[in-house]
Design a protein around this ligand. Structure first.
Ligand code: HEM
Length: 112
């Protein structure tokens, strides 16, 4: 499906326009790329302690620089929606279930 980064951030800025200005210093896109990569790592490592601890820590860090926990939590469903749309007919019921299960756990971590 290629690099989903531009699609993820286009969707984020469409849904939460106030977040775009926060990336003004990210002129090369390195922060945006790193953030998405780390979000995928967290989703893949929710069973170990890495993912859960990382999400809990970043939720607090982000709140401090102006991203409220509700906005922070939106990032993961936005990533799922971009993956689903990009895969089109290749998106399966198994993918849908796996994402739903992980998104539910992430929501529990963010709103804890
Ligand atoms: C709508 C949700 C989010 C917004 C608006 C947002 C915004 C930002 C911004 C503006 C920065 C740069 C901070 C700076 O000036 O140094 C940043 C960095 C970062 N964010 Fe997010 N973030 C969101 C969600 C997340 C999520 C869900 C994760 C992963 C769990 C995450 C992980 C990171 C990491 C690891 C960095 C540091 C990247 C680096 O500097 O190399 N963010 N975020």
């Amino acid at each position: 499906m290629g690099d989903p980064t531009p699609l993820v951030y286009a969707r984020l800025f469409a849904e939460l326009p106030e977040t775009e200005a926060l990336f003004v210093r990210d002129t090369l896109g390195a922060v945006r790329g790193e953030m998405l990569a780390v979000a995928f790592q967290c989703l893949l490592d929710l069973d170990g302690s890495y993912g859960a601890n990382f999400i809990a820590a970043e939720r607090v860090n982000h709140d401090a620089f102006g991203v409220a926990p509700e906005a922070f939590a939106r990032f993961f469903p936005i990533v799922r929606d971009v993956c689903r749309e990009s895969l089109g007919a290749d998106w399966t019921a198994e993918f849908e279930r796996a994402w739903a299960e992980r998104l539910e756990r992430v929501a529990g971590l963010v709103h804890a």
